[in-house]
Design a binder for this molecule. Structure first.
Ligand SMILES: C[S@@+](CC[C@H](N)C(=O)[O-])C[C@H]1O[C@@H](n2cnc3c(N)ncnc32)[C@H](O)[C@@H]1O
Length: 472
């Protein structure tokens, strides 16, 4: 006798158990965690993938597909929501979030991957049967069949307003960014349509993993000996891994002699370290050091000159990460947990100070697929006083003649120039330095004196750096 339960009389086909597809199940689980618990995809995914591998459910290709499904679905959520909204007969907020997650995953497979249409629909319906039940699976089936009638370009032409009618809304839907983010990025970037489109597209690409060879501890040549690595574009310490490259498999990374670090972050630390200085160059401060990427590079550079680095971070657990990142540094350093707006050190005690302040992170959207949907314009108001306070501390902490680097991983003008301008108005004893010559070889740095890097121009995160000298 068949073990399958019979379908109620008169409903046609016999009942078939839904097929559990481990890749889609895992992708759905990750999306639910991001949605329900405000989890970060890049933190949720690795342990899920590890568990699936240990259970024997997954090979490398499954892991790559699950990762692509989660990241792609989250990144393109704005476009996909507009498509789904055109295919359901009620407002999206009235669709249950788990149903919406299954639909988005399905739309991504249909419009954003090369998975054949029938496979994308049937895999999504099977997933829906497992995680939502047969009734809602029918709804998923009906919606995805409508979506499958056109490709991405066709849908975008239908659901986005024409560029000439509303450029920002058009770009928001086409490139899947919240409208206010499009607007803010465009304000900072300037220029016409081509540049902002390239930037928004770059935010939707997965960046290569970049390593830093910490000077004095490792070299780019050593890292280039690793399979499928190529030199970075700007930093002499940078090496890019090819797609699928595993930093954890590299001995120098395991030994802390090298680390994972975007080239933009490397350039910020290098520019501060290279700024000309008269007189003493012995004490450096990183006032917002967690999790420690720039501090580790600064500490290695300081060690080469016999200088000391104090790495300070407000959150004790993040100070712990800084200590790990600096472990084994050949020169003198100290890690402390301290609030940079109430510093425990004496004013004027440092020769170089980095303040890489907390910010919206709008410059690193390509790394955090869900971040653009979480941020709100009001977040800027929360950061504004802290960013100004921390820059004041930096200027208080540096000696006369010393240099301060004010950095953000956001290009939002409210977090970059506005902060520097406001603080400079109150601090006549400080002046802006031209940061551009301190990033040797880097092209397209604009009019200065501050520097804004861009993913689509420089291949880095959109890091901002202003260098200030204390003159009195
Ligand atoms: C943008 S992150 C710094 C990234 C770091 N420089 C790196 O390269 O790894 C900003 C850091 O500032 C810390 N922070 C926030 N408020 C602070 C405060 N009042 N004083 C010191 N650090 C603070 C945050 O916890 C966060 O770790």
């Amino acid at each position: 006798m068949s073990e399958q339960p019979r379908r109620p009389r008169g409903t046609g086909k016999p009942y078939r158990r839904p097929q559990k597809d481990p890749v889609r199940m895992l992708a759905f689980e990750a999306l639910r965690a991001v949605d329900e618990r405000d989890a970060y995809a890049n933190l949720v995914l690795p342990p899920l993938l590890r568990k699936a591998r240990e259970k024997g459910d997954f090979d490398g290709r499954d892991a790559a597909l699950a990762t692509e499904l989660v990241y792609g679905t989250l990144r393109r959520q704005g476009t996909y929501d507009a498509v789904i909204a055109a295919c359901v007969d009620r407002p999206l907020r009235e669709v249950d979030p788990p149903v919406l997650d299954v639909l988005s995953l399905g739309v991504h497979q249909l419009l954003g991957t090369r998975i054949p249409t029938h496979a994308a629909v049937s895999a999504s319906v099977e997933l829906a049967r497992v995680v939502l039940g047969d009734g809602r699976a029918k709804f998923v089936n009906a919606v995805l069949r409508k979506v499958a009638r056109d490709d991405l370009d066709g849908w975008v032409a239908k659901v986005a307003p024409p560029y000439d009618d509303d450029p920002e809304e058009h770009l928001a839907v086409v490139h899947s960014h919240p409208r206010w983010v499009v607007s803010a990025l465009w304000d900072s970037l300037g220029g016409g349509r081509a540049g902002i489109e390239q930037l928004l597209e770059a935010d939707n690409e997965r960046p290569a993993v970049t390593l830093v060879a910490r000077p004095g501890r490792s070299t780019a040549e050593e890292l280039l000996g690793e399979e499928a690595a190529e030199p970075g574009r700007w930093s002499p310490y940078a090496v890019r891994l090819a797609e699928g490259g595993e930093p954890g498999a590299i001995e120098a990374v395991r030994d802390n002699r090298a680390g994972v670090q975007d080239e933009g972050s490397q350039l910020v630390a290098l520019a501060l370290a290279n700024a000309p200085l008269e007189g003493r160059d012995e004490k450096w401060l990183d006032g917002c050091a967690g999790p420690g990427g720039k501090a580790a590079l600064l500490a290695a550079l300081a060690a080469e000159r016999g200088a000391f680095l104090l790495a300070s971070e407000k959150q004790p657990h993040r100070a712990g990460l800084v200590a790990k990142a600096l472990d084994g540094n050949p020169g003198p350093y100290q890690v402390i947990a301290a609030d940079g707006t109430r510093p425990p050190w004496r004013p004027g005690s440092f020769d170089r100070v980095l303040m890489d302040v907390p910010c919206t992170g709008l410059g690193a959207l390509r790394r955090r697929p869900e971040a653009r949907w979480r941020r709100r314009p009001a977040d800027l108001d929360g950061f504004a006083p802290l960013q100004r306070g921390l820059l004041h501390t930096a200027l208080d902490s540096v000696r006369v003649g010393g240099v301060v680097g004010y950095a953000t991983c956001s290009p939002h003008l409210a977090e970059t120039r506005a902060v520097v301008d406001d603080v400079l108005k109150q601090r006549p004893e400080a002046e802006l330095l031209d940061a551009r010559p301190l990033l040797p070889g880097v092209t397209d740095l604009g009019e200065g004196p501050d520097v804004q890097l861009w993913p689509h121009v420089h291949g880095t995160d959109a890091m901002y750096l202003a260098l200030l000298r204390r003159t009195g």
